[in-house]
Unconditional design. Structure first.
Length: 296
């Protein structure tokens, strides 16, 4: 296959009908800690947070696996964290990722740092129903990339500082006018919009009086995020995670093609649908350091 043919195949992905799936590889490239760094951070911080004998024993089992080189996800599958250990993991994770996220935002504002995903978005002509991006990341890198390009980032919340979860209304926040059609009807006009679906949560999300909010300036350690391990499948069926997961699967099913960036194919929340579509023959452009999957 000649280079011109390859370029044409790649160019065909950058159009309407493409769903983008983003994993931790993209965030790693921008300086957000990955699983390996997070595991080391947890090993440093968690022991000092525990006092109950049962929790200490529970964490020691997890830490023994980590010390042997077992990955964090696998270690948390091998030993299910107790409720308190899981809460400690969540808080340490949120603070650790949040510090890197804040530093990234500072670089964008103060030094004009250009995110890789900002450049990626410029390859699309975003119009009509907008574009969908699905990510398992907690950070707000994608939201920053959208707004530096003057594109609305729709995470299914409505508002700025105390935003409520309104998945059926959020898209109307990008409405900029009404256009008369040839007949007597009218059509809403929208500014460019990227719908960002986060089935594992976000540093901005918080649960207050059983109501999910997006509060970008609220305490990071109380963020609504699903940490790795067996418990994430239980948490994935509560609001707002369930809506984001369901919407993500709907978008995967109806997509014409996929661009997959830095995603390790290790999440059952998405892959039941994604792998079915890939095996059915839908094309995918995968940007990764190493291919470790088999679609057959």
């Amino acid at each position: 296959m000649d280079i011109d043919t390859i370029k044409k195949i790649i160019q065909d992905f950058f159009q309407e009908g493409t769903v983008t799936i983003v994993g931790s590889g993209l965030s790693l490239a921008e300086g957000i800690p990955g699983m390996g760094e997070l595991a080391k951070k947890l090993q440093m911080e968690i022991p000092g947070l525990l006092s109950a004998t049962g929790d200490i024993k529970n964490w020691n089992n997890i830490e023994n696996d980590l010390a042997k080189g077992v990955g964090l996800e696998e270690a948390l599958h091998n030993t299910k964290p107790s409720s308190y250990v899981e809460e400690c993991i969540r808080k340490v994770t949120a603070i650790y990722i949040g510090e890197a996220d804040k530093g990234l935002l500072t670089d964008i504002v103060k030094t004009g740092k250009q995110l890789r995903f900002s450049e990626y978005l410029q390859l699309f002509n975003i119009r009509n129903e907008g574009m969908t991006v699905i990510t398992t990341n907690y950070d707000r890198l994608l939201e920053y990339a959208c707004e530096t390009n003057e594109i609305m980032a729709d995470t299914l919340f409505v508002g700025k500082y105390i935003a409520r979860f309104k998945p059926d209304q959020s898209k109307y926040a990008s409405c900029i006018g009404v256009q008369r059609t040839n007949g007597k009807g009218k059509k809403l006009q929208y500014s460019p919009r990227v719908t960002i679906l986060k089935p594992h949560g976000c540093l901005s999300w918080h649960l207050i009086n059983s109501i999910p909010y997006s509060l970008p300036d609220y305490s990071i350690e109380d963020s609504l995020i699903i940490t790795p391990g067996l418990n994430k499948y239980r948490e994935g069926y509560s609001v707002p995670f369930d809506i984001h997961r369901a919407r993500a699967n709907e978008e995967i099913d109806k997509a014409q093609r996929y661009i997959i960036i830095g995603y390790g194919f290790g999440d059952d929340h998405l892959e039941t649908h994604l792998m079915q579509q890939l095996r059915a023959g839908k094309p995918a452009l995968i940007l990764t350091r190493q291919i470790l999957i088999n679609f057959v």
